[in-house]
Design a protein around this ligand. Structure first.
Ligand code: SF4
Ligand code: SF4
Length: 455
């Protein structure tokens, strides 16, 4: 095992104020069960799960309450034992209204009877390991939440030689992954070995930004006796070093093609939280029912990294952190760069809720945007080599085909362009809107194609 520096540097990127000091030294705290959990059926990218319980049912922790609705979907499990109070339509962090199962905990927190661990996981076949990950409903916990069993099942024509465990946590303020590496390095490393076996990857790189020396030290100790092509890669602290494509380039020098996937260059990237959930699913046989969320920002009385049951309301999380001191001007689910502004504290945590950030009035300036002055700063800052200024103007003019032509769909919504823009143009909102419209166009094209084949 060795420690090395990233060999390649991605163009673009920014250096925001990180403010990780607010929560980075606070050990993970387990939050007691709230009086109600509202578990959304939309926990990740892809189709929401289908509720399979009804009002009045009693459930045990780990029991399936939402079945996957298609290949790109993952099961949803009861986060504790109790009674189903209702199936409701509830808002998600991205503003959609989706079915959710409300559970009133019985405070016994009793697991399903058939939970069985696999301490000798090394003797299991690859298919058995993937089934355990799938049955546990594991989904990417670093952001988009792609169902993990799908990511771990590349088509037979794609060979994966490199597994990257993503511990960059480059978003300002967020510190949950940092704490997981410090406190559970051994288990993360076992999760990584399980994924190596599933993918047959020979090269493993654990990527951590150099502003997390304790996490690097903890992972180094956990990996010390491992032989083979295994290394910790120290990444320069720079946003967005945690983005998949940027991280693959920084470590391997390989560029994921436009509209391509990491597997196109023989790589798979898994977040440290996801890797830990794989360990829990396989070694302990436990479905994913909780996660660690950074609750932070200066208005939070006691910022921290809180282990909470999936379905905990943002209001309950803030209350557990001692409530607020002073005014809060903005609440963001996730980090300040890629997160979503919230208008209600009734929204509940999901498998992807990495952070809950409260910002005071002095950090929230409501500038009105002015016309583009063609300064080019957004182009310099874009790590995907896009032309955000042009894309934004095309989207404003509703010329989505033109935006698609100049690779709008490659935008990773990192926010570097908007961060740099002196005209305060709402560039990320434009990209999100444009991408949504292009997705609709693509779906319609597919349907037309299918119709033609039928004829
Ligand atoms: S949000 Fe999109 S366009 Fe803007 S910098 Fe990031 S990748 Fe580039
Ligand atoms: S940074 Fe803003 S003002 Fe400058 S070119 Fe880009 S969109 Fe225009």
């Amino acid at each position: 095992m060795k420690i090395e520096n990233a060999q390649f540097r991605v163009d673009g990127g920014i250096h925001p104020v990180y403010n990780k000091h607010l929560a980075k030294d606070n050990a993970i705290q387990a939050m007691p069960l709230p009086s109600l959990l509202r578990v959304s059926m939309s926990q990740h990218l892809g189709a929401p799960a289908k509720p399979v319980v009804a009002k009045g049912d009693t459930v045990l922790r780990g029991q399936i309450i939402g079945e996957p609705a298609g290949f790109i979907s993952a099961a949803v499990h009861a986060p504790t034992s109790g009674t189903v109070k209702a199936i409701v339509q509830a808002p998600t962090a991205t503003g959609q209204s989706v079915a959710a199962v409300e559970i009133e905990p019985d405070c016994e927190d009793k697991w399903r009877d058939d939970i069985k661990g696999n301490p000798n996981w090394e003797s299991l076949e690859v298919k058995e390991l993937i089934d355990l990950v799938s049955d546990a409903g594991v989904a990417g916990m670093g952001g988009a939440g792609f169902p993990t069993h799908v990511k771990l099942s590349p088509p037979p024509n794609k060979t994966i030689d490199t597994l990257i465990i993503n511990g960059a946590e480059c978003e300002p303020y967020l510190t949950a992954d940092n704490r997981l590496m410090i406190e559970q390095a051994e288990n993360i490393w076992t999760g990584c070995r399980i994924i190596m076996k599933i993918l047959g990857a020979q090269t493993v790189r654990v990527a951590i930004e150099d502003n997390k020396p304790e996490a690097i030290e903890a992972m180094e100790m956990a990996m010390a006796s491992t032989e083979g092509n295994v290394a910790i890669v120290k990444l320069k602290t720079e946003y967005p070093q945690g983005a998949e494509k940027q991280q693959i380039f920084a470590i391997t020098g390989k560029e994921v093609p436009s509209a391509g996937l990491p597997m196109d260059v023989g790589a798979v990237v898994e977040n440290v939280g996801t890797t830990l959930a794989v360990w829990d699913a396989v070694v302990n046989g436990k479905p994913l029912t909780e996660r660690v969320t950074s609750v932070t920002g200066t208005p939070v009385s006691k910022p921290g990294n809180i282990r909470n049951r999936i379905g905990t309301s943002y209001g309950d999380l803030i209350e557990f952190c001692g409530g607020t001191e002073g005014d809060t001007a903005k609440i963001i689910s996730g980090g300040p760069m890629m997160g979503f502004a919230q208008s209600s504290l009734e929204v509940t945590t999901t498998k992807t809720t990495s952070g809950l950030l409260l910002l005071p009035p002095k950090l929230v300036t409501n500038y009105s945007s002015t016309p583009c002055i063609s300064c080019g700063r957004c182009v310099d800052g874009c790590p995907m080599y896009l032309m955000p200024c042009e894309l934004s103007q095309m989207i404003e003019a509703e010329d989505y085909s033109a935006a698609r032509e100049i690779n709008l769909m490659d935008c990773i919504e990192c926010g570097c362009c908007a961060f740099q823009c002196p005209a305060h143009r709402p560039l990320v909102q434009h990209m999100r809107q444009g991408k949504g419209q292009v997705m609709i166009m693509m779906r319609e094209e597919k349907e037309k194609e299918a119709e033609k084949t039928k004829d």
